[in-house]
Each structure stands twice: as structure tokens, then as C-alpha cells.
Write a protein that binds this ligand. Structure first.
Ligand code: SF4
Length: 198
């Protein structure tokens, strides 16, 4: 049985994207292949993903059930979850009755079988390996242009860079302009940060 480096497991509401407001278990896998900063990406990574415990599938399912006995959707996130997600994890969680959403930076191709894929690119377009998704979401800081995306998606989202304490007015207005000028792109605000929930 494979082991996975798990940073944390918890229940909350999805706070961004098309699935905003839906109940989800969050399975945060450790490690990332990038290190986003204001200098490199226009915003600082606000997630602690380095720490983690080694858990196998059985232990993960047991912690998921303890976090919520009724919720049947999992958001697999990170760090960069594509570094660890494999068929054993996907098939095992499906067999336990869960549906799987994933949030990836797109730099590693995902295995098939996931139920909802969010690609939030943090690399140049030519370096994106996961090129199909249910939704594609670009975090944009003030002044950052919208690239011609290589990701084919059902929904196209622009997320104003937001450190969780203050959504800058000029960043919001910049993103509103991007939305206005680039149909079918639409705005996705990180509602969980506004509400002060995880
Ligand atoms: S890709 Fe995501 S998790 Fe990784 S460093 Fe960048 S913002 Fe953080």
C-alpha cells in the first residue's frame, strides 16, 4: 500500500471557483514544486505545505470520516497535489464513496479519474502540462496581464491576489477590467478568506 505525505485533513466550505459554497473535505498533500513570491509571481504563497505525516489510504479514509461522516466530496490540494496523487489514491477514495476535486498549478499532468479539475497556472503557458480542466483560474495581482491560456476548460476564472487581510481596491478594479475586456472570463474571489474560515 502506498504512503502519502499529508499536511492536513479538515472539513470546510469550498471558498473559490465555480463550486464555491459547497461542503468539502480538504486533503492537503505536502510539498510543492514551486515557490511563488511577489517577485516571481506577483503574490506570495500563503499556504504552509512543507510539514506532513506519512499516511496510507486506510489512515486517510479514517481521518476523512472523523472530520465529517456525511460529506462525500474531497478537494485534494497542496502544495502541489499532482506530485503525489496516483491511481491507488483515486481508486481507493472512490471505492470509499468519495468524489474527488483537485486544485493543481498545472505543471504536472494528472492521472485520469478525477471528478473535478481546477488548474490555477503558476508557470508559463509552454510549461503547463495539465491542459484540460473543469475550470482554469489565474490569480492576478495589480498590473498582471491575462495570458492566452493553453488550458481548455469549462469555466474561465480570474482571482484577485488577496493575502487574506486586505483585498486591495486597485487589484480588484484591475481584475474587473480584465473580466470586462476578456469574455468569457469571470471573477472568483476567495470567499473563505473574506469570511475568515479555512
Ligand atoms: S504553486 Fe501554489 S502551493 Fe505552490 S508555491 Fe505557488 S501558490 Fe504556493
Amino acid at each position: 500500500m502506498n504512503h502519502y505525505q499529508v499536511n492536513e485533513i479538515f472539513f470546510s466550505l469550498q471558498g473559490e471557483g465555480v463550486r464555491t459554497g459547497t461542503p468539502n473535505l480538504f486533503l492537503r498533500l505536502s510539498k510543492c514544486n514551486l515557490a511563488c513570491t511577489v517577485e516571481t509571481h506577483g503574490f506570495d504563497c500563503d499556504t504552509e505545505f512543507e510539514s506532513g505525516r506519512e499516511l496510507n489510504l486506510e489512515e486517510i479514509v479514517s481521518e476523512l470520516q472523523a472530520s465529517s461522516p456525511t460529506c462525500d466530496w474531497i478537494v485534494v490540494t497542496g502544495g502541489e497535489p499532482a506530485l503525489q496523487v496516483d491511481r491507488e489514491l483515486i481508486d481507493g477514495l472512490h471505492a470509499a464513496g468519495y468524489k474527488l476535486a483537485i486544485e493543481t498549478n498545472g505543471s504536472v499532468e494528472l492521472p485520469p479519474g478525477l471528478d473535478w479539475v481546477t488548474v490555477s497556472p503558476k508557470v508559463a503557458e509552454h510549461a503547463i502540462r495539465q491542459r484540460s480542466a473543469d475550470e482554469v483560474k489565474y490569480v492576478r495581482a495589480y498590473g498582471q496581464a491575462l495570458p492566452e491560456t493553453v488550458v481548455e476548460a469549462g469555466h474561465y476564472l480570474i482571482s484577485p491576489a488577496f493575502d487574506g487581510t486586505r483585498l486591495e481596491r486597485r487589484t480588484l478594479e484591475w481584475c474587473l477590467r480584465l473580466v470586462e475586456e476578456n469574455p468569457p472570463w469571470r471573477l472568483s474571489v476567495q470567499v473563505h478568506k473574506l469570511l475568515g474560515i479555512r
